[in-house]
Design a protein around this ligand. Structure first.
Ligand code: OGA
Ligand code: MN
Length: 299
């Protein structure tokens, strides 16, 4: 029996059953997952009780893995291995992070609409997040479909934004929260990078917006005008009709396409409940400007 794909929404999110990702995947199952992931940008695999190693092995089917941004800081004591992004609220000793902990304040950036690693020149293709321990209330993750949002734009806006290049930096999204506690290594690693505003997906051929709270400027456009356009596009893409809200169950594995979705974590009582979430992230095949055939000058 191969996997079963059960749509949650007509075109955006689906659940996948009849598969144990902790065991080696058959070629037929992998092909079925790939086909589902071309159509649905969010896949939910319930009840996956596997180790960090099998989590990473599953992710490797989709391309090379990224390294967590926390690895940049030599003084940061990591709870997980560097290829797993630690998006929970726990320290290296599994204790709840205190309210003034730098990591907790930094992680609040995940509450803003974003797509993972758009602040890297070679950004993410997909993210694969495992819920090890979840709060009983709150802490859902919302996803916005930037393909559907693009399709729904007025023709004039589509023409206005075609070929535009935005600058993304992790420091831009954190600045929106008043967070600026970065050391020299981080400042260097988080220099702004160029990303197209509109992209065509290589597999489905669909067009998609590509925006995030990491975006802060648009090349060749005055700053206030760029800020206004970026806000308008993010507001447009996150209207309810484009959003799927995921209520986590323990051992859900959720996989999303970072090329064409934004996501954000919702609030929960993070001083009362443990939320242990581990993310493997797969790199895209080429920088977005390259994929769209745009030659981009260095800054
Ligand atoms: C992430 C992320 C949000 C959440 O894992 O990249 O932004 O709800 N997570 O944990
Ligand atoms: Mn994220």
């Amino acid at each position: 029996m191969t996997v079963t794909v059960q749509p949650t929404t007509p075109e955006f999110a689906a659940e996948v059953g009849d598969v144990d990702l902790g065991k080696p995947l058959s070629a037929a199952d992998l092909a079925a997952i790939r086909a589902a992931f071309t159509k649905y940008a969010v896949l939910v695999f319930p009840n996956q009780t596997f180790s960090d190693e099998s989590h990473l092995d599953f992710a490797r089917h989709f391309g090379p893995l990224e390294t967590s941004v926390f690895a940049i800081r030599s003084d940061h004591k990591m709870r997980l291995q560097p290829q797993l992004a630690d998006v929970g609220n726990l320290d290296a000793e599994d204790r709840i992070l205190k309210t003034d902990d730098r990591v907790r304040l930094y992680q609040l950036g995940n509450r803003l609409w974003h797509t993972d690693s758009s602040f890297k020149r070679l950004p993410a293709y997909c993210s694969i997040l495992h819920g090890r321990s979840i709060p009983p209330i709150g802490g859902q993750t919302e996803f916005a479909d930037m393909r559907a949002a693009y399709d729904a734009l007025p023709e004039a806006t589509k023409q206005q934004i075609a070929g535009l290049v935005a600058e993304h930096s992790l420091m831009t999204s954190r600045a929106k929260l008043g967070f600026s506690d970065f050391n020299d290594d981080e400042r260097k690693a988080f220099e702004p990078v160029p990303q197209v505003l509109v992209r065509r997906l290589l597999d489905s051929g669909r067009m998609s917006l590509y925006v995030a709270s990491h975006a802060g400027a648009i090349r060749g456009m005055a700053k206030p005008e760029a800020e206004r356009l970026l806000k308008e596009l993010i507001d447009h893409a996150t209207q309810r009709q484009f959003v799927y809200t995921h209520r986590w169950r323990v051992n859900d594995l959720v996989m999303w396409d970072d090329r064409c979705t934004m996501h954000r974590g919702l609030e929960f009582d993070d001083q009362r409940y443990k939320r242990d979430m581990r993310r493997a992230t797969v790199s895209d095949v080429a920088p977005t400007c390259e994929q769209m055939g745009l030659a981009v000058a260095a800054e």
